[in-house]
Design a protein around this ligand. Structure first.
Ligand code: AMP
Length: 262
């Protein structure tokens, strides 16, 4: 595996490669969710590129960006063990040099749920992913269902801008207790982690209600209301690359999202 930091190094490294290129965009602090995307890319592609970039433009709170977990050495070891060919770990200056002034602005889909809670978030996501697609030129790019609205936004961008790649979506990887893996889980105290388990329970209750023809969001809300250790931001049924029950909560200082396909 080679680690590179500049756009021209990526282009040089990929120039003579033949076969299908798979790209896995990440912000690092790898867990099994990331590794499931990397393994799927390794299975289907000849060349696997992983980007590791904590993208400042998708954070709307400076403290959230500052405390986002970073561990490039351990991520590089995990990527190498998973058979990654190229790790692209740019500096912020490499992707947003002085004078940078062009944005990919997704439409209505980016204004609800995560978009409403985090203004500008999807503009940052759409811009950085479009740049990564342009830099790497992948045939396939891999995303997790864990971020269902992100999947919907990226698919919209790819379709609307006629980008020549296929988006592959992989299921949410969960811990044995049901909590979706997330780099932010590292911030949870044991008590907070206990409270966070209401999230998968709420999704399960919502799905059961949906299948029984009852009110999906209401069933999820009532489970969350029974857990005093968290604050609900939203519970909603929406078309996020398919009908989805999506939930966002705060547990202490940590914001968690999860969803289930209906
Ligand atoms: P991040 O590093 O958080 O930006 O995530 C990079 C990619 O991994 C995104 O496509 C996420 O949707 C995906 N991902 C994050 N958590 C999980 C998970 N628990 N299961 C599957 N994919 C995930």
């Amino acid at each position: 595996m080679r680690t590179v930091r500049t756009v021209s190094e990526v282009r040089d490294a990929l120039r003579d490669r033949v076969g299908r290129i798979g790209l896995v965009p990440t912000m690092g602090a790898f867990h099994d969710g990331h590794l499931s995307l990397i393994r799927a890319a390794r299975d289907a592609c000849d060349v696997v590129v992983v980007s590791l970039f904590v993208n400042p433009s998708q954070f709307n709170a400076a403290d959230d960006l500052a405390r986002y977990p970073r561990d490039e050495a351990s991520d590089a070891a995990a990527a190498e063990a998973a058979g990654v060919d190229l790790l692209f770990a740019p500096t912020a200056d490499a992707l947003y040099p002085d004078g940078f002034d062009t944005w990919v602005e997704p439409g209505e889909l980016a204004t609800v749920l995560e978009g409403a809670a985090r203004p500008g978030h999807f503009r940052g996501v759409a811009t950085v992913c479009t740049k990564l697609f342009s830099i790497v030129g992948p045939d396939l790019a891999y995303f997790g269902r864990k971020d269902a609205q992100q999947v919907a936004v990226i698919k919209r961008v790819v379709a609307d801008l006629n980008l020549p790649l296929e988006i592959v979506v992989l299921p949410t990887v969960r811990d044995a207790d049901g909590l979706a893996l997330s780099s932010r889980n590292a911030f949870l105290s044991p008590a907070e982690r206990g409270a966070a388990l209401a999230l998968p329970r709420a999704l399960e209750a919502g799905l059961a209600a949906h299948l029984a023809g009852r009110d999906t969001a209401e069933a999820a809300r009532s489970v969350l209301a029974g857990e005093r250790g968290l604050t609900v931001e939203y519970v909603a049924v929406a078309d996020l690359d398919g009908p989805t029950l999506a939930v966002a909560v705060r547990v202490g200082a940590t914001r968690l999202i999860d969803n289930v396909r209906l």
